[in-house]
Design a protein around this ligand. Structure first.
Ligand code: PL4
Length: 407
């Protein structure tokens, strides 16, 4: 018999989001008449902009013609799309040779682990999107959970006390640092000064930053950086991972990209970009050509306008959710609300309570699904995350129920 990958044995809990979905299903089965509203998983709800959907439909129909047909494309992605991403979203801060198109940010976060192997030391913001840690455990870069966290992982607490920006001195030299801004789940966006600190730290200590910018298009404050490459020095210490999922509603369509600068080197002086090219050409076979046509449409002026409108829609939801949790009933219960206006997530603390207990109360009393903060890491305990992805009418109904809740 084959030996089980011990990484799986080291995982101490199921993946967070299926667990949230399981509890919702269980509740629904026990309460068949309850109209449950999900503000849990960050899943887009609004239809694709027509302009973008039509470009994909036209491309798909073209595939049924001799002139329009194409088979495998370049594994790194359509050249025109790589160029367009570099131009429109990086404005000269990245070259098209540094852009790799993929089937989404989560898949890139998983593949990126193959670049660094099992021996790499990991540092993560705490709380963080669970894939960074769980993925590291699966590939063996992180070990057993000793009760406070996984061995081989340095947790960098991001709390109200440090304004959600971590103390970097806890990170060991030569670590891989996962950093997400706008942050999932806290919603905090690092300022230019904060990112400069991070970049300087990484360059000085031989670290590489995996910068996850999946929510960049929610940034409305023009002083905040939308990419780590706005920061001087980032090209020698950072990789950016990004996605069309949230801005374009491509969560089901699937399209993402990574930026690996040509200046980024391993300790032996070899190019990280070259090895990433090898990973993408060997372990990936290119994003769908239909979907890449959709990506190109997103980056046309009409597509950019449509994406902004959809994000504005979700940000309106976010403002209402924030106001609801700032209501008298939650205030009396001691709830503290954190929301920057630049992200789809509202982060609420219930001092002294357990995240899953708050989750259960809101599900049971309001039929509203949230996400327990403890699922994002030890520092998330006593928080819950509320997602602003949802139809206005559902969010309004959820907020009405929440504001009537006696705590
Ligand atoms: C539920 C910081 C959501 N089943 O769609 P992708 O793969 O391009 O992007 C995934 C992603 C990447 N980076 C960050 C993210 O927050 C996400 C999506 N996270 C959430 O509720 O936290 C969806 C989660 C999905 C999952 O497991 O990713």
């Amino acid at each position: 018999m084959l030996t089980r990958n011990e990484g799986f044995a080291n995982l101490t809990a199921g993946y967070l989001f299926p667990e949230v979905a399981r509890r919702r299903r269980e509740y629904a089965a026990a309460h068949p008449d309850a109209k449950i509203i999900s503000l849990g998983i960050g899943n887009t709800t609004e239809p694709l902009p027509k302009f973008i959907a039509k470009k994909m439909a036209d491309y798909a129909l073209g595939l049924a013609t001799p002139e329009g047909y194409s088979g495998y494309g370049d594994e790194q992605g359509n050249t025109e799309l790589r160029k367009k991403i570099a131009e429109v979203w990086y404005k000269g801060l990245a070259d098209e040779s540094e852009v790799f198109i993929s089937d989404g940010a989560k898949c890139d976060i998983a593949r990126i682990q193959t670049l660094f192997g099992r021996k790499v030391k990991i540092a993560v913001q705490d709380p963080a999107y669970p894939v960074y840690v769980d993925g590291s455990v699966i590939v063996g870069a992180a070990g057993k959970n000793n009760g406070t966290g996984y061995e081989g992982v340095t947790y960098m607490p991001c709390t109200p006390e440090n304004d959600f920006f971590p103390e970097l001195s806890v990170v060991e030299p030569n670590s891989l640092i996962y950093f997400c801004s706008p942050n999932n789940p806290t919603g905090a966006v690092a300022t230019k000064e904060q990112l400069k600190k991070l970049v300087d730290f990484a360059n000085k200590n031989g670290c590489i930053i995996i910068f996850d910018g999946a929510y960049r298009e929610f940034i409305r404050d023009p002083s905040l950086p939308k990419t780590i490459f706005e920061i001087e020095g980032a090209r020698t210490c950072a990789i950016e991972i990004n996605s069309f999922s949230k801005p374009a509603g491509f969560t089901g369509v699937r399209l993402g990209w990574s930026i690996v600068p040509n200046d980024l080197k391993f300790a032996d002086g070899t190019s990280v970009n070259r090895d990433w090219n090898r990973v993408m050409t060997t372990l990936f076979n290119g994003a769908s050509n239909v979907v890449q046509a959709g990506g190109l449409a997103c980056l046309e002026p009409e597509g950019l306008k449509a994406m902004k409108e959809v994000i504005d829609y979700y940000l309106e939801n976010a403002a209402l959710i924030k106001k609801t949790f700032e209501g008298e009933n939650f205030k009396k219960a001691g709830a503290e609300v954190y929301f920057t206006g630049n992200s789809p997530y509202i982060w609420v603390q219930f001092p002294g309570l357990k995240s899953w207990d708050v989750f259960d109360t809101l599900l049971d009393k309001c039929r509203v699904v949230t996400t327990p903060g403890s699922g994002f890491g030890p520092a998330g305990e006593s928080f819950i995350r509320i997602s602003a992805f949802g139809h206005h009418a559902d969010v309004e109904e959820a907020c009405k129920r929440l504001s009537e809740l006696a705590l």
